[in-house]
Design a protein around this ligand. Structure first.
Ligand SMILES: [Zn+2]
Length: 402
């Protein structure tokens, strides 16, 4: 079977060509949604494999079709238990077009590499999973597990119309007994399986002093000085939240001041208001409410010492789901399949957050995030390897058997 899948190079190119030219962009990104790409895929599956494709449409009046499509197609195996392979239809915009060496929406092939927006994120996963179907169908095989292909909308802009919609509206589709694979993170070697994510916390901090002329600074309260002191004090958070977990890189929680809004326009004014932002990636064991509490305690000291007042606004608060365990069935099977196809051991990792796996993990579905990716998602000249696409298909294929 490995030889058969390895001979699908032409199919990879043909499919990627069709997918790349159907620009599936969310309205937030100035696009008209995923409908055209979804219709193409549904027709492809029905015509080539004779399988039923079900549409689960989330209504969205911002796109011309009025809906954001989510597709499901199932190939029956010996058991009811389903291996779900979940990929997303939508892509991000091309960005600065002058940085591209070719049209981002017209596939370019160079040896083993394919170039175009979406070839890696997430067309590679769509194509690999279709190749598994192709192999099953051509060989007329009945695998041990059933195979469920899921193509969701809206992954790049929050999944409200995508996987979140699917698991909320159609909860009966998935069973906690099923296996879940999300091929949307990975290293080029294919030897990392993501099983955990840190919690994400974005906080806006506004420090208010009193503006005045810089020649008489005592008449005001310099918010920039207080803001700077606050930023330096944030490193204390590492001592307050010291836990380490080797699954993650870095293995500890991170608390970084990032964006800083501009304050006064001229040099001779003492600023009276400064705004900065914190990006925190926190190990799953710590509740984010506690992080906010500790930030506010530091802020209280700054208020007292510098005579300013400080306001907080949560921009994003995403408590991580319970990690998938290393000895869960999907992870064990995946390790075995990778070993068989690539002849190397894969290792489990945690990442800084957040893939759609958290939507599934929060509902108790044990989910592995894995793929063999070169790492050019969202970049100009995004590219994807044909060999990796074929190897991923071989590994997915193996997961269907005991
Ligand atoms: Zn993606």
């Amino acid at each position: 079977m490995d030889k058969i899948i390895s001979s699908y190079r032409d199919s990879v190119i043909a499919l990627q060509k069709e997918l790349v030219q159907r620009v599936a962009m969310s309205p937030e990104n100035g696009g008209d949604g995923e409908q055209e790409k979804a219709l193409y895929l549904a027709t492809y599956i029905e015509e080539n494999f004779g399988l039923e494709v079900r549409f689960f449409n989330a209504l969205d009046q911002r796109v011309s079709s009025g809906q954001r499509p989510n597709l499901i197609s199932i190939y029956k195996g010996k058991r009811e238990q389903i291996l779900w392979i979940i990929s997303h239809l939508d892509v991000v915009p091309e960005g600065d077009i002058s940085l591209w060496e070719s049209d981002p929406f017209d596939l370019r092939v160079e040896g083993d590499l394919l170039y175009g927006r979406g070839v890696e994120d997430n067309n590679q996963a769509i194509v690999s999973s279709l190749l598994v179907l192709k192999a099953l169908k051509e060989q007329n095989l009945v695998p041990d597990y059933s195979l469920g292909l899921v193509f969701v909308a809206d992954e790049e802009t929050g999944s409200k119309y995508g996987l979140n919609f699917l698991v909320e509206q159609q909860a009966e589709i998935f069973s906690s007994n099923d296996l879940f694979l999300v091929p949307d993170y990975g290293v080029p070697s294919g030897l990392e399986i993501e099983i955990a994510e840190k919690s994400m916390f974005w906080l806006k901090v506004t420090v208010v002093g009193k503006q005045c002329h810089a020649s008489v600074p005592d008449k005001g309260v310099n918010s920039l000085v207080a803001c700077s002191a606050f930023i330096l004090e944030l490193s204390k958070l590492h001592r307050i939240f010291p836990k380490k977990d080797k699954l993650f890189c870095p293995p500890y929680s991170t608390f970084n001041p990032t964006k800083k809004e501009s304050n006064v326009d001229n040099i001779n004014t003492i600023p009276g208001k400064d705004v900065f932002y914190i990006d925190a990636r926190v190990l799953p064991d710590y509740p984010l409410d506690r992080v906010l509490q500790e930030v506010k305690l530091i802020g209280k000291q700054i208020e007292d010492e510098y005579n300013v007042s400080i306001q907080y606004e949560i921009v994003l608060q995403e408590q991580a789901a319970c990690p998938t365990k290393e000895d869960d069935l999907i992870v064990r099977k995946l390790k075995r399949a990778i070993k068989k196809v690539l002849q190397q051991e894969a290792r489990c990792v945690g990442i800084g957050g957040g893939t759609v796996a958290s939507v599934l993990r929060k509902r108790g579905y044990s989910t592995a995030v894995w793929s063999s990716l070169l790492g050019f998602a969202h970049q100009p000249n995004e590219c994807s390897s044909i060999t990796n696409t074929l190897n991923d298909a071989r590994i997915m294929f193996n997961l269907l058997f005991d």
